[in-house]
Design a protein around this ligand. Structure first.
Ligand code: AHR
Length: 493
């Protein structure tokens, strides 16, 4: 029996809903075919957006969507993607497969997508190959309610009201595809760009996100926060779980050994060390202005599916991915005092996706189901939780058997999410509840072999099902199947 302790008297803060954010880039079949098929497509759509995909994302309560990149953002000139679609400039997507980009999906289309999903837009501006003026104009185009050159242009393109975009990324991976800059140089550019991203109404408060560190580049975070901290609201962090030894051999998404399974989970758990170290640096250098961490790219990255374009980053998604998602979301929940946003990469057909499509067919992945089971954490009060658990796996690469987070809604109900990382053993658990009493407990579980996944012919092979849980005097008991993610809702007495 493993004991879990859940303390409703202790919390580090509110879990910002934006931790459940997503990322969409002009990459492979994410935008085109995945999200957008155009109004004339035989695939069911509303104003060009795939109805099946939008409905699936709405059901997740997706709070915020990042666009247009990624590396693509620092080659993107937003004015290429406005006005009549037939007149838009055709460019080459130099980062992702060298394919032709016809710009038929641009600012207006992205805003329409966000409207349909019911999420907030997060626009990543071009710092690497754009200009301060171009970026500043984009903000004016999106947000100016009155009369101005950019507001008039927007109106000529059919949109009267401003969209009031709040989240703006100042470049992407400025240390790499976003310009190969030094931290010191980027920090100065960040100050400059930030100065010209204006608010156009008294209640319009922009949230500026600086391009952040690659993995454990602590010098980057320190330099950006120390030098540009007064101009930003958050600094980003990118960390991918890549099981393979190098960029050429990242490992298969569906064929892996038990040792590779534990190795992947161990790599995913490294996120906790990164979040803690970057957060400590932010706290040390932020001065009197609070700055958050936006983990605006995270997730698994494997070799592409055999036979697919290597530049399109299309990969399958198994129960192993579900556990990676659960572990990361638990980490973000438990560090919600500094993690204010996170955006898994990417939402459709790219890397650790929620949804995969093939023609007019769509499936939801095990990762999708984890996001659905965890959605009750959005905007809830994080609660301290602890597992008395054993360690599994190789000596230097051990992982805990159980990994968890918990939160409480305003109405007093508690959501506890627990992953059983053990690929072979069911774990009986007894959860002890302090500071609250439950009248009812409801459990759901997602489970399967580590390589279990959904296909277009069997799209519901991996899906959540009810899990028995029994109330006790001091909490509840349940048994977690091997390789599983469970969500328990405790309803107040
Ligand atoms: O998500 C794929 C790519 O990974 C993004 O374009 C880039 O920012 C990162 O390196």
């Amino acid at each position: 029996m493993s004991y879990l302790i859940l303390n409703a008297n202790r919390s580090v803060g509110t879990i910002h809903k934006n931790i459940y954010g997503q990322f969409s880039e002009h990459l492979g079949r994410c935008i085109y075919q995945g999200l957008y098929v155009g109004p004339d497509s035989p695939i069911l759509n509303r104003n060009g957006m795939r109805t099946d995909v939008v409905d699936a994302l709405k059901a997740l309560h997706l709070p915020v969507l990042r666009w247009p990149g990624g590396c693509f953002a620092d080659t993107y000139h937003w004015q290429d993607g406005i006005g009549p679609q037939s007149g838009r400039k055709t460019i080459v997507n130099t980062n992702w497969g060298g394919v032709t980009e016809d710009n038929s999906f641009g600012t207006h289309e992205f805003m329409e997508l966000c409207r349909q999903i019911g999420c907030e837009p997060y626009l990543s501006g071009n710092v690497g190959s754009g200009t301060v003026q171009e970026f500043s104009d984009w903000v004016e185009y999106c947000n100016m309610p009155g009369t101005s050159p950019m507001a008039s242009l927007r109106r000529r393109n059919g949109r009267e009201e401003p969209w009031n975009v709040r989240y703006w990324g100042i470049g992407n991976e400025a240390w790499g595809c976003g310009g190969n800059m030094r931290a010191e140089y980027y920090a100065d550019l960040c100050r400059q760009y930030s100065t010209y991203l204006r608010s156009y109404a008294p209640d319009q408060k922009l949230f500026r996100i600086a391009s952040g560190a690659n993995v454990d580049d602590y010098h980057w975070t320190e330099t950006v926060v120390e030098r540009a901290g007064r101009q930003i609201d958050a600094v980003s962090l990118h960390y991918y779980t890549v099981p393979g030894p190098d960029g050429q051999h990242k490992g298969s998404a569906t064929r892996f050994t038990p040792a590779e399974y534990y190795h992947t989970l161990h790599k995913a758990l490294f996120m906790e060390e990164l979040v803690e170290n970057h957060s400590r640096i932010i706290r040390r250098y932020q001065g009197d202005r609070k700055i958050g961490l936006a983990v605006d790219e995270w997730g698994t990255w494997y070799d592409v599916e055999p036979g697919t374009n290597p530049g399109f980053l299309y990969q399958q998604n198994t129960m192993r991915d579900a556990l990676v998602a659960a572990v990361n979301l638990n980490i973000f929940n438990n560090h919600c005092d500094t993690v204010w946003m996170a955006n898994i990469a990417q939402v459709v057909n790219v890397l650790q996706a929620m949804v995969l499509t093939e023609g007019d067919r769509m499936l939801t992945t095990p990762t999708y189901h984890v996001f659905e089971m965890y959605k009750g954490h959005q905007n809830a009060r994080q609660l301290e939780s602890y597992a008395e658990t054993t360690l599994l796996g190789q000596e230097e690469e051990q992982v805990p058997e159980l990994h968890l987070s918990a939160s409480q809604q305003q109405d007093g109900s508690i959501l506890l999410t627990v992953a059983n990382l053990n690929d072979a053993r069911p774990v009986p658990l007894h959860c002890l509840l302090a500071g609250a009493r439950a009248a009812r407990v409801e459990g759901r579980v997602l489970t399967g072999r580590p390589d279990a996944h959904n296909t277009f012919d069997a799209p519901a092979r991996v899906a959540p099902r009810p899990l028995d849980a029994a109330l006790t005097e001091d909490g509840f008991t349940a048994t977690l199947p091997p390789c599983s993610v469970a969500a328990f809702t405790l309803l107040p007495a």
